[in-house]
Design a protein around this ligand. Structure first.
Ligand code: F6R
Length: 242
């Protein structure tokens, strides 16, 4: 696991966006795993800028997102599909036919999850998976638990995740369940990039980088990946530096 500390979120976004842009320019049909949440938003802005400046085209990439809330349709403003459309896909030339998402509306979760895993395999696996980390150490929606998951599955969100994400929902209507890629899916990506910024991530960053590899801190499993890079700022690095 490589850890790169930068001065701020803007510097991180430039560095991570260039990794994606270089990957796409080297292999236009790249298979890319994306995350939602606050952590990747600046990076998506830099990729959009590069697209607008003619430095990259996303038209041939295939995408897989990490997770989706149960019960929300794609046009619900709080769905992760909507988030990706709003923050990246809709502002570039991404081909929506090559956008893959777990469906939180599926009536047959088992088939939905199996089909998603099969689609990743059929696409040739993920070239780069982008991640954020939860304050409780989750990646995707793999919450702290007693074992590492493998393929996609339905998860009950923990109170810490509900507390962190309910600010995006107007009432108390945040779904308590989601579908997520499993830890196995994430680890099978050829390259992994994780962004963690801000003081609220300091504990999770410390456990991920220095703690034992344990499903109680799912992100710690990245210590076992051959090509995982963690981008952190001063605030999220606070406990590593103390
Ligand atoms: C989002 C996801 C989550 C977030 C994590 C951090 O698709 O899978 O693991 O990356 O909850 O969220 P932010 O970036 O909002 O702090």
């Amino acid at each position: 696991m490589k850890v790169i500390q930068m001065n701020n979120a803007y510097e991180i976004s430039k560095a991570v966006a260039s990794i994606f842009i270089d990957q796409i320019n080297a292999k236009p049909e790249s298979v890319l795993g994306f995350a939602t949440g606050a952590s990747p938003v600046e990076t998506y802005k830099r990729i959009i800028e590069a697209y607008q400046n003619g430095q990259v085209s996303l038209k041939d990439i295939t995408t897989f997102n990490l997770d989706e809330y149960c019960g929300l349709s794609r046009d619900n403003v709080n769905s992760y599909y909507y988030f990706m459309k709003d923050n990246l896909f809709g502002k570039t030339d991404v081909n929506f036919e090559k956008v893959n998402f777990l469906s939180g509306l599926s009536g047959d979760i088992e088939s939905e999850c199996k089909a998603y895993q099969a689609a990743i395999e059929k696409a040739g696996g993920i070239d780069i998976q982008l991640l954020g980390v939860g304050t409780n150490g989750h990646i995707g929606f793999n919450e702290p638990s007693d074992s590492f998951s493998d393929g996609p599955f339905k998860v009950e969100l923990t109170q810490s995740t509900i507390d962190a994400n309910s600010k995006y929902f107007e009432n108390d209507d945040m779904p308590h369940f989601a579908l997520t890629m499993g830890i196995g899916d994430i680890l099978r990506a050829k390259k992994i990039i994780l962004i963690a910024t801000g003081a609220s991530k300091a504990k999770a960053v410390y456990s991920m980088v220095k703690g034992e590899v344990s499903p109680q801190c799912p992100a710690s499993v990245l210590q076992n990946h051959a090509d995982a890079t963690i981008f952190i700022d001063k605030e999220s690095a606070a406990l590593l530096n103390s």
